[in-house]
Design a protein around this ligand. Sequence first.
Ligand code: ADP
Length: 424
Amino acid sequence: MSRNTIRLILVVGTLSIIGILLIQAYWVIKNYELKEKEFDLTVRLSLKNVAENILKYNHNSSPLVDPVAEISPDFFTVKVNDKIDSNLLGGLLRNEFLKEGIKTDIFYSIYDCMGKRIDVTGMVCFDSTSTCTATVTGNLPHWNYDNFYFSVYFPEREKVLLSGMKLWLISTIVLIVLIIFFAYVLFVVFQQKRLSEIQKDFINNMTHEFRTPISTILISCEVLKDSKIIDNPQRLNSYAAIIERQAHRLNQHVERVLQMAKIDKGNIQLKHEQINIHDLLLEALSKLNSSGNNESLTIEYNFLAENPIFMGDRLHLLNIVFNLLDNAVKYCEKDPKVIVTTEENNSDIVIRLADNGIGIALEYQKKIFEKFFRVPNGNVHNVKGFGLGLNYVKNIVKAHNGHIELKSQIEKGSIFTVTLPRNK
Ligand code: ADP
């Protein structure tokens, strides 16, 4: 599948998900508003019935005109214009709301407008576990009725509305779970695709890296097979040197893949040896010399650490310095120059390699430590590699409880700083 098709699928998929979520949100909000209206209507009707029943009990036949007023969505007042018995009001409220299927606590107060005071307050509780201790939070009404009236407050109005929307809430949760699952599947698919691309690149690079030295060795062997070469020892030596160099190169590739395999198994077993870091740095250079990778390299040593002794794994540390030096030479388009500095502070020994290479753009500076990652211009400059070296470096430094930092500027060069704590 091409990159563009994948991008298209991703865009269409994301837009569809956003569309579905927006539609779901729209319907949830609409439904909530409907529930609010329904609650409001039911409450008004029930309260009107309660008011009429109070009058009936009081044998009062005067008509009630628009008795219910809404102060706030959870707070209503009901004009009765007659005496109101608290017990009767509680009972009537319970019956009316039970009849309508609204089982939520109701806080009520009876107001005496002549005396301008609240006569009685009480609660109707439907839930036996409820503590019935709500207080009125809405604005109290003005004292503008002729006679008695009562108010009701629903402290748990929101709960009632939401419980009526259970199905919607469940379907929304199911939708969100499905979307998370879909996103996870997409993530896995793309990761698999990325891995298969990485694998393909790796095989291509590996074939190239192995093929070049093998063909050089084969050609050199052909030359050496010629019996006349015995008469020309200088030529013979130079071909033997070519074979040696290419064999070193092959060995280096194999080593790099093996290093990675070891780390992948998660069994980096570090030796605890006494190492002179300065000697190690010099040894890495001679290893680079013998691999024939250092044509025209100028190296400058700046050994400032007074105590270069460090306890760690010699071979792994040698490999990481070699990898860093090798990269400094590989990724340089002019005559390579590397300044190797060592420093120390109370607890650490610091190794710094500064090169004058092609540099690494800021956006790649973190990624180059990932396995198989190669800066795209690595290929433009026709330098082949596996993208394993720096990942190995990072893992080994980490295994020594240290850390590696990179400062780099395109076309100016890169500085890799490895800090190794002595006392861990
Ligand atoms: P490889 O060299 O095999 O590709 P590495 O893990 O050693 O793998 O390096 C990863 C990438 O980081 C390289 O492909 C290269 O693009 C970039 N890189 C590493 N070292 C340097 C350096 N000193 N200067 C410029 N680029 C570098």
